[in-house]
Design a protein around this ligand. Structure first.
Ligand code: F6P
Length: 436
């Protein structure tokens, strides 16, 4: 993975010196059975791979985890949690983990839940926060969605910071995708301009898994598991009729991670179409001709298409953005269905296209065990970072370890699937699909 960053860009801002002893009663000595405080100069290499004879690249990320000395006195902390953007499995797990870690382990008793995303940080919207405690959140992790509600779009940072200051909130957790983290950075920048002791910590959420500097966002694997179910159903439909085509559209606005991973998990897909690899419809090597060959050979086919794929084929696609600033997309799934049907009609090939669009279904479910585990790690890691006075930073997963990434770096660009990499190579191998 190549990256054009300097070490100083990966430096995590701190609110100030840490003079408070952590109440966690961990140890700095390895192996004494009490768990460990993490040292601030502990770094994780960005790129651990090395070719023989090469100098290692020493670019590194700050390792997350509890610090022995913290910035905030627990009794002076008033924390707030906000969930933004589209739904994602695990939102409630993260809320629960943050509240529990704050209350049970750090002894913080003031935690607010901000209602309906960043809107709830603007008093003019008329959605006052609710008080959260460990009892209230004890079993919310079994439910999909977010108990706080969500919304898209930022608010004016000046208004938000006025609100935080007026409410006495000094630790803000922003759970969301790229747009949310950009919003969190804008809030942190306004706080810094006013020199206020308020920490802002981001937690990366998106089923699309498209956040840079984070191997895996929470919700992704749950979405893949649900998507696999839809693909398997589509396969059953396709096999049950002559020349059946199971066509499944999955979320993935600019990245095909869900489509690719669900394709691999299912093992029943013949064509996997993603935004990162433009495909052709017409011509000898186009999708329609390839599908015709497939139907002639096997009398059924399964196609998975990520919502952001093939947008260049849609003449009347939307040109505007949603409230989070994301480009809206046309319905590539329905477009493919109609194109396949008219092509087959013209070719005299009988076909029965069963179109599945499980988009919202795959993200409104509760988190699976793998995601619940990640949510727990992110939630507790975010609390440790915030209590230590880290700010303008996101917790992330890198080489399966918790790290801190500056928000400005994490939101600079979106992560996309590497079409030269192992994941896509496996998709090509499993589907038998050739490069376009
Ligand atoms: O969370 C990202 C995402 O799942 C995208 O893949 C999708 O385009 C978007 O959310 C749709 O969300 P909504 O319809 O709620 O704006």
């Amino acid at each position: 993975m190549s990256v054009s960053l300097t070490q100083s860009q990966l430096q995590i801002p701190n609110l100030g010196p840490r003079r408070v002893a952590s109440p966690l009663e961990l140890s700095t000595t390895l192996g004494d059975g009490r768990g460990n405080y993490m040292l601030d100069d502990m770094r994780l290499l960005y790129e651990p791979r090395l070719r023989a004879g090469e100098e290692p690249d020493l670019l590194s990320l700050e390792v997350g985890g509890p610090r022995e000395q913290i910035f905030f006195r627990p009794e002076e902390v008033k924390a707030a949690i906000v969930t933004c953007g589209g739904l994602c499995p695990g939102l409630n797990n993260v809320i629960r983990g943050i509240v529990q870690e704050l209350q049970y382990n750090y002894g913080v008793n003031h935690v607010l839940g901000i209602r309906h995303g960043y809107q709830g940080l603007n008093p003019a919207e008329g959605r006052p926060p609710i008080k959260l405690d460990a009892e209230l959140v004890s079993s919310i992790h079994h439910q999909g969605g977010t108990i706080l509600g969500t919304s898209r779009g930022p608010q004016e940072p000046r208004v938000t910071v006025d609100f935080l200051a007026a409410e006495g909130i000094n630790l803000l957790f922003c759970i969301g995708g790229d747009g949310t983290q950009r919003g969190a950075h804008a809030i942190a920048a306004e706080i810094s301009r006013r020199e206020l002791p308020i920490a802002v910590i981001g937690i990366p959420k998106t089923i699309d898994n498209d956040i840079k500097f984070c191997y895996r966002t929470f919700g992704f694997f749950t979405a893949v598991a649900e998507a696999e179910i839809a693909i398997d159903r589509a396969h059953v439909e396709a096999k049950s009729v002559l020349n059946g085509v199971g066509l499944v559209k999955l979320m993935g606005r600019e990245a095909g991670f869900i489509a690719a991973a669900a394709t691999l998990a299912s093992g029943e897909v013949n064509f996997c179409l993603i935004p990162e690899e433009p495909f052709q419809l017409e011509g000898e090597h186009g999708l329609l001709a390839r599908l015709q060959h497939r139907l002639a050979a096997r009398e059924h086919a399964v196609i998975v298409v990520a919502e952001g794929a093939g947008q260049h084929l849609l003449a009347d696609r939307p040109r505007d953005c949603d409230a989070s600033g994301n480009q809206r997309h046309g319905d590539i799934g329905y477009f493919l269905k109609t194109q396949i049907e008219s092509f087959c009609r013209a070719e005299g090939v009988p076909v029965s296209v069963k179109y599945f669009d499980p988009s919202y279904q795959i993200r409104s479910v509760p988190a699976t065990a793998v995601d619940s585990l990640l949510c727990e790690r992110f939630a507790r890691g975010a609390v440790h970072a915030g209590m230590a006075g880290k700010t303008d930073a996101m917790v992330a997963l890198w080489h399966d370890q918790l790290v801190h990434v500056p928000l400005v770096v994490a939101t600079g660009q979106k992560k996309q699937l590497d079409v030269e990499g192992e994941l896509w190579g496996s998709v090509l191998a499993v589907t038998g699909q050739e490069k376009w």
